[in-house]
Design a protein around this ligand. Structure first.
Ligand code: ARG
Length: 459
């Protein structure tokens, strides 16, 4: 049991207590951030004359050695230490002796862990943003290829009006684009450095907090030392944003599961992204999409957990806050994995364009357009709505689509119908007429694709 404290204790820590209290099994994940924070702290201490230049160099060399050895596997982070901070400090003292004992001058584990967690979360935000960007690029290239792939648009899961695959995928593009916006907002708001807050009340050493903040890429130091050591808002914001990412992935996965079913047949998930059944030889299951949908629960769970942990904590640091880590790490890893898998799944998926178009036609998604045709020939909309409703009923009885209904039948219900009704209700026309900004019409769609292309080039 290697601890950084013990002077005022007369008994050994109970073994169960030690294990319950220790965080090394999970905070080992930010060994790099811990060392980076210590490097900046030491540089600042020397700049302020609190350490000599020689002591600084010895400590920096020792820290670099620890980092190198951990990364090349010669130094193992073991549960012999209480936490990652103790591990680094104890190893530093082992390596360089007395100067190592000066590392923790003007610092507490409270501001140290607040810093480590922020550095870790900030790095992960950048990685998640990269995964989101890769997914957006994939979605945009699918959109470019499918501006004239017709499919039914749904409301209430009932066929509603014809759209295109580009337009449908474009809806998800917007969701994931907003997710990236949330990452950027969180990063900006959290980017103040807590180091120098000490245990809670700052320190009597003349620290230069601006300098440490600058060395670590922060926009400046945090403004209140008590808040600095007890703020986990940014973790909550991140988990909330990650929950939204998962909600988006889950909705899209749900659609893919439906589209991949025998009943829809809109897509076929690649063999590499499907699994089989141990008993039913014919089965090819969309397990990956299902797991993506299922893992959403874990990420929501992490958000609920930290919200609950934080709700009753008095200022400033309390050990409850150690609970901010495990589930956050798990949520981050889950989301990164899911984004990568999802991008792989849709980039290898086959789209059955003919089935999609036939489904749009057979589901009367062009009924609104038939009514609009009558309106353009002078029939009031409410009457047109009734006439087309009766035409749809007739088609259902006959088991045909609107474009298969003979002209006489149309004309029996309204003399305004002429031969050009067939062109008016074709999927192509129905989509091509929808040219309001944001609609599936090809010109409107191309404009949005262009804007999103520019966005990806600039961000
Ligand atoms: N492992 C602790 C955490 O994650 C580090 C801070 C410990 N500070 C303390 N005063 N016990 O929060």
């Amino acid at each position: 049991m290697a601890q950084l404290w013990g002077g005022r204790f007369t008994k050994e820590t109970d073994k169960l207590v030690y294990n319950f209290n220790a965080s090394i099994s999970f905070d080992r994940k930010f060994y790099k951030q811990d060392i980076m924070g210590s490097r900046a702290h030491v540089k600042m201490l020397a700049k302020q004359g609190i350490l000599t230049g020689k002591e600084r160099d010895q400590i920096l060399e020792g820290l670099d050695g620890i980092l190198r050895d951990v990364e090349n596997g010669t130094l193992e982070i073991t549960s012999e230490y209480e936490d990652i901070h103790s591990f680094v400090e104890a190893n530093l003292i082992d390596r360089i002796g007395d100067p190592g004992k000066k590392l923790h001058t003007g610092r507490s584990r409270n501001d140290q862990v607040a810093l480590d967690m922020k550095l870790y979360v900030r790095d992960e935000i950048d990685e998640i943003d990269g995964e989101l960007k890769t997914l957006l690029q994939e979605l945009l290239s699918l959109m470019e290829k499918n501006v004239d792939t017709y499919m039914p648009g749904f409301t209430h899961l009932q066929k509603a009006q014809p759209v295109t695959l580009a337009h449908h995928i474009g809806a998800y593009f917007e969701m994931f684009r907003r997710d990236r916006g949330r990452m950027a907002d969180i990063r900006k708001r959290m980017n103040l450095c807590p180091l120098g807050a000490g245990a809670l009340a700052g320190t009597t050493y003349p620290l230069d907090r601006e300098y440490t903040a600058e060395l670590l890429g922060f926009d400046g130091p945090t403004r209140n030392s008590m808040d600095s050591v007890s703020d986990r808002d940014y973790v909550i914001e991140l988990l909330s944003a990650l929950s939204t990412v998962m909600m988006h992935l889950s909705r899209f996965s749900e659609e893919i599961i439906l589209w991949n079913s025998n009943e829809y047949g809109f897509v076929e998930i690649d063999d590499a992204y499907s699994t089989g059944s141990s008993i039913m030889p014919q089965k090819k299951n969309p397990d990956i999409a299902e797991l993506l949908r299922g893992k959403t629960g874990r990420v929501y769970g992490a958000l609920m957990s930290i919200l609950t942990t934080m709700k009753g904590i008095p200022l400033a640091y309390n050990k409850d806050m150690q609970e901010d880590k495990e589930l956050t790490f798990d949520a981050i890893d889950t989301v990164k994995g899911c984004l990568r898998l999802f991008a792989g799944m849709i980039s290898t998926m086959e789209f059955h364009k003919d089935v999609m178009e036939a489904s749009a036609k057979n589901g009367f998604t062009n009924a609104t357009d038939a009514a609009d045709y009558l309106v353009n020939h002078g029939v009031p909309f409410r009457d047109a709505h009734g006439i087309v409703g009766r035409l749809v009923l007739l088609c259902i009885e006959k088991g045909i689509s609107l474009d298969e209904l003979p002209l006489e039948e149309y004309q029996k219900l309204s003399p305004a119908f002429e031969e050009d009704i067939y062109e008016a209700v074709s999927m192509k026309t129905c989509v091509e007429k929808r040219e309001t900004y944001g609609a599936p019409g090809p010109q409107a769609m191309k404009k949005v694709i262009e804007e999103n292309r520019e966005y990806l080039e600039q961000n």
